[in-house]
Write a protein that binds this ligand. Sequence first.
Ligand code: PLP
Length: 399
Amino acid sequence: MIELNPHYAELKDSYLFYHIAQKTKAYCEAHPGTHLYRMGIGDVSLPLAPAVIEALHAAVDDQAHPATFHGYLPECGAPFFREAAAGHYRSRGIALSDDEVFVSSGASDELGDILDLFSPVSAALIPEPAYPAYVDANVMAGRRIVHLPSCEENGFLPSPDDLPAGEDADLFYLCSPNNPTGAVFSRDQLRAWVDCANRRGAVILFDAAYEAFIEDEDLPRSIFEIDGARTCAIEICSFSKTAGFTGTRCGYTVIPKELERGGQSLHAMWVRNRTTKTNGVSYILQKAGAAVFTDEGQRQIQDNIRVYKENAKTLMRALDSLGLWYTGGKNAPYIWLKCPGGMGSWEFFDLLLEKIQVVGTPGAGFGACGEGYFRFSTFGSPEDTKEAAARMEKLLGKA
Ligand code: PLP
């Protein structure tokens, strides 16, 4: 009988979102007609930008005529897409050649697929709390995982100094702005990770899914703003949250040509991988993605991001007035707060659901060090966010 991948048996059930769904369903059944204020969702609520919609329509029309029809495109990305993405980096002062950009169907696909480049005997270093897919993709690949807990004292931004002595993990996951904490690495903090990776021959997988939310000029939006990153980092980007592509699916990954380990080029390996395992991303979606990089596209996605940032301000004002500790919100679409009165994450979840019908995400679901913390997303509607903030102030202000 065929032998299956034994590591699937090691996966933990995705308890977090299942458990939230169960609890909210039970509450709604017991209280029919109740409106829930959903501040937990990580999905966007605003539609695609007009420049993207226009590009999609035009690309569909192209496919209708022999003169403009496109069949297979180069697997690593259409030249127009790679030029638009690399040009976007260059406009921000980051030197990058077009063919260092690879088109993708989104960050989740890449975060799983990219592991093909590394031996299963390498070990993944995952700062926690973390986006759950990092852990699960490595469990499936049979890789050893080193959990690096972060905490309030380091602003949920761990440094290489926090590594246990003798720890030799060599595949570093960094996510900035972070999901779930909303924390953003400073240039110096990121430089410390780049230096550490170069020193020990490690590779950084830098998840930049939320880069467009960074508004402080002095915070890095790309790891390639840091000297030395070209010899140790892969950057994984997505249009999902920055441009509302969660249901449209397109992203891109940057692998510099200088990135080599053991005499092998990771860029060349990824070209080999993509040309074997995919036939690329559709012409229509690459046109939509390229439209995001136009001046008009950039202006329009920022209009949407501004709506989410107003939501963040509404929630942050409420938390400030309640005197609760939090991080994120300003340069990220997530706010990570300390539950009041020493409450546990699930205890606080139950309180908000039962007393004020607000649904957030318990921090404990993102790793053990998330216990006692809670995540609010800012992707909901402004109306619901305002009402949720007002209800929270009323409930907790009198506690
Ligand atoms: N990385 C992080 C940190 C995320 O939060 C998400 C989605 O929530 C993803 C990657 C996946 O994004 P995509 O929709 O591009 O697969």
